[in-house]
Design a binder for this molecule. Structure first.
Ligand code: NAD
Ligand code: UDP
Length: 315
């Protein structure tokens, strides 16, 4: 049994990680400021004596003795991270400094939830880890992209300078139950719009591509990276290489929900990456043959079921 701190643990990915680590007998401290996360996401864990929820903001130091830290605290959807961009930078950068300081002090291993956004609007396709990216430093996505890039820098420097035991994963678009219904990400938007019979909002012409992984595949990769990757620090890509256009995703959601929604086209936000697909060769080599196992149809059906139940509760 390990004592594990998960920052951002009440969010979409964090809540699945809390559930998984508790099911393996660990003690889990979930630290969250409730910005985009919610108690509802971890309600099923609150009665567990090995689970503790702490309301705290990672931009302030937090003192705790733990064996491992998963640093997930940061809004992930463009709508939320652009809501207060200065706070987003502070969360990534000061949050990383505070958690790395803690890891250094207590000798904990620490994993950073980085992102495919460090590749920006990529000029290389698919994206392998050695690619340095094509990121606009002054655009509306920069608070997130550059914040996450700076956090990677801090992780590497604490490792080189202070020998902190670090792991960096670059997460590609992930979806599943407990995504925030209003966070504006494409999978949740399309499913909710389809279930309500509202127009499906495609930004631009829908030719941009993404590659979506189901949350359980990601959590498996995160746990392997933390526990079974030896002295490999990463960064390593974790994503599903199954790439498709946003228009294809809209059509798939309409088909799987049986919706009568029509598609409507809205302006494309600036700096929206045109294509994205992970090269997961390194993850396979370093993480015991890890690869995603849940295909899009199966993952979407589970997510649709989740949003159906949310909509029923609120109507
Ligand atoms: P989310 O918004 O559901 O979760 C983020 C959590 O962090 C929320 O619970 C929020 O309340 C908390 N938080 C935000 N600012 C905080 C602060 N200052 N102090 C304490 N807690 C704070 O998003 P998610 O999809 O679960 O993403 C989790 C992590 O994974 C993020 O770091 C994100 O950048 C990264 N990531 C996610 C994706 C994805 O597709 N979901 C892709 C790449 C990277
Ligand atoms: N998108 C869209 N309609 C929506 C929400 C998003 O067409 O209602 C597009 C968005 O412009 C982007 C893609 O879907 O090209 C993925 O968006 P998301 O915010 O989920 O993730 P990210 O852009 O961070 O990869």
């Amino acid at each position: 049994m390990k004592r594990i701190l998960i920052t951002g643990g009440a969010g979409f990915i964090g809540s699945h990680l809390c559930t998984r680590l508790l099911s393996e007998g660990n003690e889990v401290i979930c630290l969250d400021n409730s910005f985009t996360g919610s108690k509802d996401n971890i309600m099923h864990l609150l009665g567990n004596p090995r689970f503790e929820l702490v309301r705290h903001d990672v931009i302030n130091p937090y003192h705790v003795e733990v064996d491992q830290i998963y640093n997930l605290a940061c809004p992930a959807s463009p709508v939320h991270y652009q809501h207060n961009p200065i706070k987003t930078v502070k969360t990534s950068v000061m949050g990383a400094i505070n958690m790395l300081g803690r890891a250094k002090r207590v000798g904990a291993r620490i994993l950073q939830a980085s992102t495919s956004e460090v590749y920006g609007d990529p000029a290389i396709h698919p994206q392998p880890e050695p690619y340095w990216g094509n990121v606009n430093p002054i655009g509306i996505r920069s608070c997130y992209d550059e914040g996450k890039r700076c956090a990677e820098t801090l992780f590497m420097d604490y490792h080189r300078q202070n020998n902190v035991d670090i792991k960096i994963i670059r997460i590609f678009n992930t979806y599943g139950p407990r995504m925030h219904p209003n966070d504006g990400r494409v999978v949740s938007n399309f499913i909710i719009q389809a279930l309500r019979g509202e127009p499906i909002t495609i930004y631009g012409e829908g030719n941009q591509t993404r590659s979506f992984q189901y949350v359980d595949d990601l959590v498996e990769g995160m746990v392997r990276m933390m526990n079974d990757s030896g002295d490999f620090t990463g960064p390593v890509n974790l994503g599903n290489p199954n790439e498709f256009t946003i228009r294809e995703l809209a059509e798939k959601v309409i088909e799987l929900t049986g919706s009568k929604s029509r598609i409507t086209y809205l302006p494309l936000p600036s700096d929206d990456p045109r294509q994205r697909q992970p090269d997961i060769t390194l993850a396979g080599e370093k993480l015991g043959g890890w690869r995603p196992t849940i295909q899009l149809n199966e993952g979407l059906l589970k997510t649709i079921g989740y949003f159906q139940s949310i909509i029923q509760q609120t109507t």
